[in-house]
Write a protein that binds this ligand. Structure first.
Ligand SMILES: Cc1ncc(COP(=O)(O)O)c(C=O)c1O
Length: 288
């Protein structure tokens, strides 16, 4: 069966899905995206993803011709058209076609694309044994409004990922301009120390992760003390536990940062409790 994608209101075969080389998404990285995961044919927390996207649509003043509800329906239809159960779902909204200069006022209408693919799970081993990370030289610009939107202009994150790959590790952690830990290149970060689960606050220059917020709620329910607060890299190295979160990887234990083992060097009990609680929530909501 040929892959079907959603392009500007229509479901079309992949080979017919073409966009203009004058699209400012292509020319300037001007646009937004969302990455989501479906379980059993249902996108987990779809409404929250679409709401976050629409907040960013307002920040970037994109001229979007669809409503939140229409976009939700379009996502579900694309998954169904591809007969997918467990899927990676990528929604992209670019500025659209315009003149060659960066002026967005020359682009009358955004381009909307939805791609769905069979979900490729992260290696099981990473959850059992934990993943390794480095702190990158690439920094997060916490002073930019772009830190808080999931922008198509992803090069800062890509540079960080390239640094991690060169260092031979799985994940990249970025500091912000103040030298505090901000987030992962594709994730939010948590540490557990002094009996408290700590995650950087929004003003550290982070994406308001859907998974991050859920983890904070789950921790509260499990009576794990939580705090949103800035911390330096030293506090990360001395943490008892560390994990990263995003909608695809869920909760990924980090057991080594650069040469420093975190805690015992194995996924810790708090991380494991949260992984189980998250999976249980997914199971209930998606009947997975
Ligand atoms: C830079 C960055 N921070 C955080 C996240 C986590 O967001 P969410 O939990 O909503 O998937 C992502 C997701 O890809 C990301 O790219």
């Amino acid at each position: 069966m040929e892959e079907i994608v959603y392009l500007n209101g229509r479901l079309v075969p992949k080979r017919e899905a073409k966009i203009s080389i004058f699209d400012h998404g292509f020319l300037y990285g001007d646009g937004l995206f969302e990455t989501m995961r479906s379980y059993n044919g249902r996108v987990f927390r779809l409404t929250e993803h679409i709401k976050r996207l629409f907040k960013s649509v307002t920040v970037l003043r994109l001229k979007l011709g669809v409503t939140e509800e229409e976009l939700e329906t379009a996502v579900q239809k694309t998954i169904r058209a591809n007969d997918l159960s467990d899927a990676y779902v990528r929604l992209t909204i670019s500025r659209g076609e315009g003149e060659t200069g960066p002026d967005p006022s020359t682009c009358p209408k955004s381009t909307v694309v939805i791609i769905t693919r069979p979900f490729q799970p992260y290696p099981h081993e990473l959850y059992e044994k934990g993943a390794r990370a480095i702190i990158t030289n690439t920094r997060q610009n916490d002073l930019s409004p772009l830190a808080r939107v999931k922008s198509m202009n992803f090069l800062n994150n890509i540079l960080a990922l390239m640094e991690a790959k060169t260092a031979g590790v799985d994940q990249a952690i970025l500091l912000n301009t103040k030298g505090f830990v901000a987030e992962g290149a594709v994730s939010n970060i948590f540490i557990f120390r002094d009996n408290t689960l700590i995650t950087p606050p929004m003003d550290a220059g982070i994406l308001p992760g859907i998974t991050r917020r859920l983890v904070l709620e789950l921790a509260k329910g499990l009576q794990i003390p939580i705090r949103e607060g800035n911390f330096p890299p030293d506090a990360l190295m001395q943490a008892q536990e560390c994990f990263l979160t995003n909608s695809l990887m869920e909760i990924l234990p980090i057991v080594q940062v650069a040469v420093h083992p975190i805690g015992t060097g194995l996924p810790g009990p708090v991380t494991q409790r949260l992984i189980l609680a998250y999976r249980e929530l997914v199971r209930i909501e998606t009947r997975y």
